[in-house]
Write a protein that binds this ligand. Sequence first.
Ligand SMILES: Nc1ncnc2c1ncn2[C@@H]1O[C@H](COP(=O)(O)OP(=O)(O)O)[C@@H](O)[C@H]1O
Ligand code: SF4
Ligand SMILES: [Mg+2]
Length: 328
Amino acid sequence: MSEIIQQPLLEVKDLKQHFNINMGAFKTKPLKAVDGVSFTINKGETLGLVGESGCGKTTVGRTILHLYKPTSGEIWYNGKKIETKQDIMEFRKKATMVFQDPYSSLNPRMTVADIIGEPLDVHKLYATKEERQARILELMSHVGLNSEHAARYAHEFSGGQRQRIGIARALAVNPDFIVCDEPVSALDVSIQAQVINMFDELQEKLGLTYLFIAHDLLVVRHISDRIAVMYLGKMVELADAATIYERPLHPYSKSLLSAVPVPDPKIARANQRIMLEGDIPSPLNAPSGCPFRTRCPYATEQCAAEMPAFKEVEKGHFVACHRVAEVN
Ligand SMILES: Nc1ncnc2c1ncn2[C@@H]1O[C@H](COP(=O)(O)OP(=O)(O)O)[C@@H](O)[C@H]1O
Ligand code: SF4
Ligand SMILES: [Mg+2]
């Protein structure tokens, strides 16, 4: 966590990403991968984004970066709405993404120097060959790789090292904002902490702002200033990292935490354990009303009839649950 400046760098307003799925016989149906998500990230802040696989986290990240055109909603960067092609091009120089799978996101037949140098070439970020080489070596040193690695191929490296190469590549454009899409999920548990610490140090050193995606609350706990929890394309809770961890209010956040070992017995007792039953429904057949109602032990008729609003129940603590007062 670095110094946070209380000024939004990124504002996401009622973002929707609906994919048209071909149902045969010339019929399509919208798959609501992201369905009305709003949040801001301040300069220097890390917002953790968590939720089970398939809840729409990657789609949020990709849509923010305009790798997908938003179905609706607004994205503001540094106080300016991103609208035109020119805005998107400018934004892409300042915002980038680190991918989940370091095995498939790097071309194994390219050398480390060429992988890291590619964005420098694309955005013409150097004047001479020597400058290009010096910048590649600088980026490698940021992520703990040394110059001997430059001429080697991506497939020669371990998962953790590949992820370092991916991070150096993301840093090449000198970004202010990085979407980190489950950057440690594919790595051995033993090296996850190292890579997360590296993200932390880089944030401090380079003044970065992160949207840090994970399906596991433990992974984002230490790096996040605030945490947002998603379920079936919607945001269900958002609060300070410590608050989400110690006093989650939404039944889904409580259930996610029930799966996490909590060292402090007082906190463990305060969070009634809720075990999740069944699978997350398909976003093609999302339940009416509250998306979590088919798995929620507190669900009532109202939950089936009405979608709960995402409301600020305490300062900075937002929850979407009709029964937030009764279940806590
Ligand atoms: N390009 C796409 N076309 C159609 N459906 C997609 C596409 N990308 C993701 N989805 C669907 O959108 C939902 C959310 O996916 P995703 O954002 O990858 O979730 P997460 O990252 O949380 O696992 C899933 O049901 C997934 O199958
Ligand atoms: S709105 Fe109803 S179903 Fe949804 S989380 Fe709250 S109690 Fe459970
Ligand atoms: Mg994903």
